[in-house]
Design a protein around this ligand. Structure first.
Ligand code: PHE
Length: 349
């Protein structure tokens, strides 16, 4: 028979190995019962058989058994702890921890110019204006002739207008990149009867060198109202509302005489400087006023060209530069920032 000492050693090695590789808490518990169980436990049985041994043997084997028991208990505890830890780690990994910071999402949004154009347009749509859009490539007739630009008007000069090479309209006149969104008004008036209340947002093009305040492509929102009994007072009212909505403040505006071929009288509209409340600052060059847009009462010649009767109806028109509005609103001093798509700039809006 194998000496008891060796049996104990074999039992110890085997038990430690099995404990170490136990898969879960249940397997571990059944190992504890198998080796250390109070009735049937294998070590318990060995201890029970000590009674038959001599006093010396009893002492030696007794000591060894206690040692084995200690080792096994220790190994069981250690393994149990590591199984529990694994369980917690796994649940942390697979469960939702509401205390963790959320995964950041890159949120897309509209370009500042789009936002400003939407803001401008909504001032007028709230008053009942419709949105009318048109093509960026236009006929000379819609862009100039119908808007009362005589054939020799300087704006037709190639220094101001991009002509589209090799493309001509029905009258064999070159097509061009629209220099304002006013041609949309011509298109609309020739296809609709008065009353007309429209705003035309869009991109426009001019043959211009780029610098801090100029660009060869920029954006306008132009408005047109045609109805019976329209006067400058109506224009002043809606533009004052526009100024108040976009810039806050009291909506103070002033008219200065100016000239645009398609309006008579033509006026330039200044808004009260909301940075200094009209007191005078560097942005308004100490005048208390900011030049903001062109406007006027629609020239009767234009009305006649589109088939309206100037004896029956009259109207006003205005043209707002979106970049100009955005630059004043946000204190931006270089127009090029709008077109460079630098995220450090765009993220601020
Ligand atoms: N169409 C003009 C421009 O682009 C602006 C304007 C519109 C002026 C309506 C007066 C009336 O310069």
């Amino acid at each position: 028979m194998e000496p008891l000492k060796d049996t104990l050693q074999t039992l110890q090695d085997e038990a430690l190995r099995r404990i170490e590789s136990a898969a879960d808490a249940i397997a571990l518990e059944s190992l504890r019962v198998e080796y250390l169980g109070r009735k049937e436990g294998r070590l318990t049985q060995i201890l029970r058989s000590l009674a038959q041994l001599s006093a010396d043997e009893k002492k030696a084997i007794g000591q060894q058994s206690n040692q084995v028991k200690g080792l096994l208990e220790e190994a069981l505890t250690r393994k149990q702890e590591s199984i529990e830890k694994e369980k917690i780690d796994l649940s942390l990994k697979t469960s939702l921890d509401l205390t963790l910071p959320a995964t950041p999402w890159m949120r897309g949004k509209c370009h500042p110019l789009t936002q400003v154009m939407d803001d401008i347009v909504s001032v007028f749509t709230r008053l009942g204006f419709n949105i009318a859009e048109g093509p960026e490539v236009e006929t000379d007739f819609n862009n100039f002739t119908a808007l009362n630009h005589p054939p020799d008007h300087p704006a037709r000069d190639s220094h101001d207008t991009f002509y589209v090479k090799d493309f001509k309209d029905g009258a064999n006149v070159p097509l061009l990149m629209r220099t304002h969104t006013s041609p949309v008004q011509v298109r609309y008036m020739t296809t609709h009867k008065p009353p007309v209340y429209i705003v035309s947002p869009g991109r426009v093009f001019r043959h211009e060198a780029v610098d801090a305040t100029h660009s060869y492509v920029f954006h306008q929102v132009e408005g047109l109202a045609i109805d019976t009994d329209i006067s400058l007072a109506d224009l002043k009212g809606v533009l004052s509302l526009f100024a108040k909505s976009l810039f806050g403040g009291d909506g103070g505006i002033r008219f200065r005489p100016s000239y645009f071929p398609f309006v008579e009288p033509g006026i330039e509209v200044d808004i009260s400087c909301t940075l200094c409340q009209g007191k005078g600052c560097s942005v308004c060059k100490n005048t208390g006023w900011i030049e903001m847009l062109g406007a006027g009462l629609v020239n009767p010649k234009v009305l006649r060209t589109v088939g309206y009767d100037p004896e029956q109806v009259s109207g006003y028109a205005f043209g707002i530069g979106a970049e100009r509005v955005a630059m004043f609103k946000y204190g931006i001093n270089d127009i090029r920032l709008f077109y460079e798509n630098d995220l450090r700039f765009l993220k601020q809006f």
